[in-house]
Write a protein that binds this ligand. Structure first.
Ligand code: HEC
Ligand code: HEC
Length: 294
């Protein structure tokens, strides 16, 4: 690369590029070999890449982008992956339909699928009432504990989902009706006040033993058929245990008085017909897994 016309630097004896800035000139050193070859190789790779792979943006003059010899397309790959996943999901959903609830819980793959499906269905259909993850709210039972109003087994939960609770249009719905003791005039406000003390005493929170004593006759006559002699509840009637610290409608004197006076008889929609069978199964498995499934 020496050029006889270029001046030579007098200190180093090397040729310069011939340009001079304020008396400073640059030595015309050759590029290091390793650098030069690496550079040639990258140019080669770029050309090969452009031939094989789609060139983005389009090469000038070609109008559209060139697909390359390998005809590679990220878009096609993504839609292929999606359709494969949909096929897998379809076959998982069919498997869900064919399997019994117990089978689903023992087959890891199927269980994972059911849980994922159940979780998203729960967010869409159930969380408005039962809260995210089934943590419950006043009047809406916690589903993530081991306290059940009705049957907490897999099959029991499925039945609850299918037919709802006090859902008039479904003749297989879970049903019971606590009388509206005050509102319908079965008991006086004073009697209900005493019964409130009685309920409080079931969880050791009453400080009025005389009221409890006065209410005990009414408890046996009016309440124990559903809530049990000891107040432990009865799942065949959806009657809650009144001796624990779990309260559906609030644990204050006021709340308990109101419950006895008006009765709540709350309602849960039936999902049969609104959700398909695979979805109901997936939801049953999901709810069962939340922590308190039996
Ligand atoms: C409109 C509000 C509402 C919606 C929506 C709702 N629920 Fe409920 N659910 C209730 C109420 C209220 C109860 C309690 C009824 C009672 O007093 O027995 C209940 C009870 C239940 C129970 C029985 C709990 C027990 O302790 O035995 C299960 C299980 C349940 N719901 C699951 C679901 C699932 C799963 C969904 C979504 C598909 C759902 N719920 C949607 C209001 C709702
Ligand atoms: C026919 C059955 C039945 C009878 C009789 C009955 N209950 Fe209930 N009770 C229920 C059911 C079912 C629930 C919960 C579901 C609902 O109301 O939504 C309930 C709920 C309650 C609650 C609310 C518990 C909570 O967790 O918030 C209290 C308190 C209660 N009952 C007290 C009584 C008392 C006191 C009597 C008697 C005067 C009585 N019940 C009679 C069925 C009954």
């Amino acid at each position: 690369m020496t050029d006889d016309n270029k001046p030579v630097d007098e200190h180093s004896g090397l040729q310069t590029t011939g340009h001079s800035w304020d008396g400073i000139s640059e030595l015309n050193n050759p590029l290091p070999r390793w650098w030069l070859y690496t550079w040639y190789i990258t140019i080669g790779i770029a050309v090969i890449y452009m031939i094989l792979m789609p060139a983005i943006p389009a090469l000038p003059g070609l109008g559209t982008n060139t697909p390359g010899l390998r005809n590679h397309s990220d878009r096609d790959n993504v839609s292929l992956a999606i359709s494969e996943m949909q096929q897998k999901r379809q076959s998982d959903a069919t498997a869900l339909l064919d399997a019994s609830l117990r089978d689903i819980e023992t087959d890891r793959d199927l269980q994972q699928f059911a849980l994922a499906m159940g979780e998203s269905l729960f967010g869409d259909n159930c969380a408005t009432c039962h809260g995210a993850g089934g943590r419950g709210a006043k009047g809406y039972p916690v589903l993530a504990d081991d306290i059940w109003l009705w049957d907490g087994t897999l099959e029991g939960i499925e039945t609850t989902l299918r037919h709802g609770i006090r859902h008039e249009e479904d003749e297989d719905t879970r049903f019971s009706a606590m009388p509206r003791f005050g509102q319908d005039g079965f008991l006086t406000a004073a009697q209900i006040s005493d019964l409130t003390e009685y309920v409080l005493h079931l969880s050791d929170r009453s400080d009025d033993p005389e009221a409890v004593e006065r209410a005990s006759g009414n408890w046996v006559a009016q309440c124990s058929s559903c809530h049990g002699d000891q107040g432990k509840g009865d799942r065949t009637q959806g009657a809650p245990d009144l001796t624990d610290a779990d309260w559906l409608f609030g644990d204050s004197k006021r709340d308990i008085f109101d419950t006895i006076y008006h009765a709540r008889n709350s309602h849960m929609p039936a999902w049969e017909g609104r959700l398909d069978d695979a979805s109901i199964k997936a939801l049953a498995v999901y709810v069962h897994s939340l922590g308190g499934g039996e």
